[in-house]
Design a protein around this ligand. Sequence first.
Ligand SMILES: Nc1ncnc2c1ncn2[C@@H]1O[C@H](COP(=O)(O)OP(=O)(O)OP(=O)(O)O)[C@@H](O)[C@H]1O
Ligand SMILES: [Mg+2]
Length: 358
Amino acid sequence: MTRLLVCAGLGGVGKTTTSAALALRCAQEGDRVVVLTIDPARRLADALGVERLGNEPVPVPLDAPGTLHALMLDRKATWDEVIRRYAPSDEIRDRLLGNRYYEQVSTRLGGSQEYMANEKLYQLVQSGAWDVVVLDTPPARQTVEFFRAPERMRGVFDQRVLEGLLRPSKGLLAMAGRRVTGLLRRIAGDHVLGDIAEFFSLTTGLSAGFRERHRAVHEWLHDRERTGYYLVTAARNTQSHDVREFLGVLEGRQMRLAGFFVNRTTRDPGLVEPIAELQPPAGVEGVVWGRALDGLVASAAAQRREARREGEEAAALVRSHGQVPVWMIPDLGEEVRDLRGLTLLARFLPPSPATVIA
Ligand SMILES: Nc1ncnc2c1ncn2[C@@H]1O[C@H](COP(=O)(O)OP(=O)(O)OP(=O)(O)O)[C@@H](O)[C@H]1O
Ligand SMILES: [Mg+2]
């Protein structure tokens, strides 16, 4: 059974970075792993090689018992793949690919990125080629948006939504008559209504397949044995409203929270007192040296307080969520842009679920 590990969290907290590091960690333990990244930072994409090949898994050269592949979700390319694969005829395929409403749906429509992440996930799991699929999630203002987006997208294939609008006898257009048609035309251009109507008639034969795959993915994402969610949070922000909301959604859906990733934690500098006893190097005036040391001691002490505060927050997380582990991931002090950085982070991440559960 392919296991799914999902890293979710607010924008910018380190979802993509920790996904890649978690995938590496699993590969180090012997799994065949693929990580599906969403808009990785440029240099991380370079390091993983996903910029080159894009929408298909690329092997990341690794000296490990397992294997690591990475891919970057390309929403448009995935839409096109899906249409190519499932269109009932070449003619329908070509007309859809050239349809201007399809162009909008596949590049811009809200939620369509998450929808295509589902399609990609379906392909990866269905292939049977992986022990573990690590799923990065798109930046969200609120983490719960991630769960809502595919559901919203279902409307795209729901004929009823636009049939109502377009139906000649009873539809909105008929009711409002030429004024609405004229208005829509002016806003959207002459071709729009025709394109929308064509899109719906062309996708009639596809929508059952969309629903079926979506249902399968939905089931996997709710399968507590197969799938675990890691909530990535910033070290300073573990008790936020958003964290609670996300946990509420997981709980409401009976999804399994596998752990917290408290990212970019402050390193405890250790004892600060010995610094104060350092002797000045030759040629440095005692007063100047003293001031420099005071500064160092003060900043080390502040860092130490911060590290402790973060530790206490993590302890509070543990207290409020019983069995759920909390993983403290240090701030590396620089952008994570290569395998070296990922390897450093991987040490702080949980072992592969295959080795734990199996
Ligand atoms: N532990 C860490 N130490 C140092 N830098 C980090 C760490 N984790 C993440 N970063 C850096 O923080 C930045 C944001 O990380 P990342 O892209 O993984 O966040 P994200 O949650 O995926 O963002 P988005 O929501 O935009 O997708 C990157 O530059 C990354 O290198
Ligand atoms: Mg990201």
